[in-house]
Design a protein around this ligand. Structure first.
Ligand code: KMT
Ligand code: NI
Length: 174
């Protein structure tokens, strides 16, 4: 995983969009946005995953492949993933293969790009504005975990009065 501030150039979003010079974002800075991250490596990684799932009560999971020809309605789905949105539940992703970008808004409303690869696990808190984008390799396999039943609804920005949005802002002291 590598996180950095996103440059808003008009290039294809699948490009890295790193500023020049790069402005990296540390794990502590990510934590301040409410984002959680773990590196889960090898066999031990599987055990760590089960421990996190148990502690945080992630009872359900599935696996999704996001690649042309692997995901039904690929073009349409990838567009909705990249629309800025929030959820009323955590978005929990464990990357099994490939790589891709999760973009989140920092407390000043700037985009942070989180470049994820196999072995990376992330939790985006309920109410955070975010989006997902493949990188130029166009291939990622991810485990999606859920506390209960999947709540897929993406609420596109603006959602300023959404109670989960308001609660999120309180949690980061904005
Ligand atoms: C989402 O909710 O944005 C997705 O499931 C796509 C990212 S998972 C690699
Ligand atoms: Ni989402």
């Amino acid at each position: 995983m590598r996180a950095y501030y996103y440059n808003d150039s008009q290039e294809d979003p699948r490009e890295a969009h790193e500023l020049n010079p790069s402005v990296p974002v540390t794990l502590d800075e990510l934590k301040e946005t409410g984002v959680l991250y773990w590196r889960l490596d090898g066999e031990e990684g599987g055990q760590q995953l089960e421990k996190i799932a148990e502690e945080r009560e992630y009872k359900n999971r599935d696996i999704v492949t996001i690649a042309p020809g692997k995901l039904p309605n690929y073009e349409e789905k990838i567009k909705t993933f990249f629309e800025e949105h929030l959820h009323e539940d955590e978005e929990i992703r464990y990357i099994l293969e490939g790589s891709g970008y999760f973009d989140i808004r920092d407390p000043n409303d700037k985009w942070i790009r989180i470049a994820m690869e196999a072995g990376d696990m992330i939790v985006l808190p309920a109410g955070i504005y975010h989006r997902f984008c493949s990188d130029t390799k166009n291939f990622i396999v991810a485990m999606r975990l859920f506390k209960e039943e999947p709540k897929w609804t993406a609420i596109n920005r603006p959602a300023e009065e959404n109670p989960y949005r308001l609660e999120y802002l309180k949690s980061i002291h904005v």
